[in-house]
Design a protein around this ligand. Structure first.
Ligand code: NAD
Length: 349
């Protein structure tokens, strides 16, 4: 295994790991460790090139710093990406080599599932390092996706309450882009509450499953963003709100699981100008990493998780309210709240 530090201003540590024999080409990024070790998932994705992977892992790890701070867990921001196709390149050797990479950082970074990584994969990674979570220990913790979905559902409800003045999602039309681990479970929760669903995914099998199970309408990914729904819920990869799509949005609310939903920060301003309520991604999708954090701390319990998931709705309401009163973007207000938490942590240290 070869490792090379990539000095990056504003990031605590960014390390490139390669292991030719195992086919590993991975980057681990620790953005800020003021509140504790970097904690965040590992994504396996066939990035076009190294620069794209580096950009993604840096942005994602920075998002984790803010997410963990507002999620109320004593961890900093960390993230990992493996440049590979999870459908064809994922082998036990690759996963073990990644585990060795995580281990070599000696606890500066804790990993867990993200896109392309299953709970079974995490078990393989955990066989070579203790710094891996998201593994079920007899009903404790485990795959974070169902928790993330529940937190997003609570966030969608809070946004609907704030913007539309409704007490439930019954009768509302929600368009979900990406019905994977999180999006599918979110669809189930919304369907059970009586919401109407439109879904899109590049995986036709996932779309078919949502059609069969929830009576969802199926559209193309482009149309999922612009369909005349009450709420648009991005649950695929990042960047779905960009210069091309922001003017075409017809939903009044954006509330979904994907990380880095806004392609550029100015998208938040444009959404504010257009009167579209945006639930900041790292606030609404925090439940998964909260579960992972409690699992690492050995403090996981069903009661605590439920309380923390419900609290995501309250935090969002506070952000919506402050943003409206001060005529600022919700993203800006969320960042400010997170920075306050980190500053308090720095003082206490
Ligand atoms: P996943 O890989 O299980 O699901 C993603 C789905 O999006 C897949 O079905 C995939 O086919 C689809 N997709 C990918 N590109 C697409 C495109 N261009 N158009 C339409 N569909 C596309 O991943 P997941 O775990 O469900 O995570 C979804 C998003 O939520 C990711 O951005 C992830 O980073 C974020 N997130 C996940 C968690 C978690 O606990 N899993 C936590 C926080 C944030």
């Amino acid at each position: 295994m070869d490792s090379r530090d990539i000095p990056t201003a504003g990031w605590q540590r960014v390390v490139h790991f390669t292991d030719e024999r195992a086919g590993l080409d991975a980057i681990i990024s620790i953005h800020d460790a003021t509140l504790g070790p970097g904690c965040g998932g590992c994504r396996i994705y066939p990035y076009e090139n190294f620069e794209a992977a580096l950009e993604d892992v840096k942005n994602l790890s920075r998002g984790m710093t803010f997410k963990n701070a507002l999620g109320g867990i004593p961890f900093g921001g960390g993230k990992a990406v493996i440049i590979a196709d999870p459908k064809t390149d994922k082998t036990p050797e690759l996963l073990r080599a990644f585990g060795a990479a995580v281990d070599s950082l000696g606890g500066l970074y804790y990993t867990a599932e993200d896109s392309g990584v299953t709970e079974g994969d995490m078990e393989t990674i955990r066989s070579v390092t203790p710094y891996a979570a998201g593994v079920d220990k007899g009903g404790i913790g485990g795959n974070p996706s169902p928790f993330t979905a529940r937190g997003v559902w609570r966030g969608v409800q809070a946004a609907a309450r704030y913007k539309l003045g409704v007490s439930s999602l019954k009768g509302l039309h929600i368009s979900i882009l990406g019905v994977g681990a999180v999006g599918m479970e979110l669809a189930r929760l919304i369907h059970e509450e009586g919401g109407r669903l439109t879904v899109a995914d590049v995986n036709p099998a996932a779309v078919e499953e949502a059609r069969q199970r929830f009576g969802a309408d199926a559209v193309s990914p482009e149309d999922a963003i612009t369909v005349d729904a009450d709420i648009f819920s991005p649950c695929a990869l990042g960047g779905s709100i960009n210069v091309d799509t922001v003017e075409k949005l017809r939903a009044k609310i954006i509330a979904g699981a994907a990380n880095n939903q806004l392609k550029t920060p100015d998208m938040g301003v444009r959404l504010l100008e257009r009167g579209i309520l945006y639930a900041p991604d790292y606030v609404i999708n925090a439940a998964g990493v909260i579960s992972v954090g409690l699992e690492i701390l050995d403090r996981w319990s069903e009661v605590d998780m439920t309380w923390r998931i419900d609290k995501i709705g309250d935090t969002l309401m506070e952000i919506f309210d402050r943003a409206e009163r001060e005529n600022r973007t919700t993203g800006e207000v969320a960042d400010e709240l997170a920075l306050e938490v980190i500053a308090r942590g720095r003082k206490a240290a």
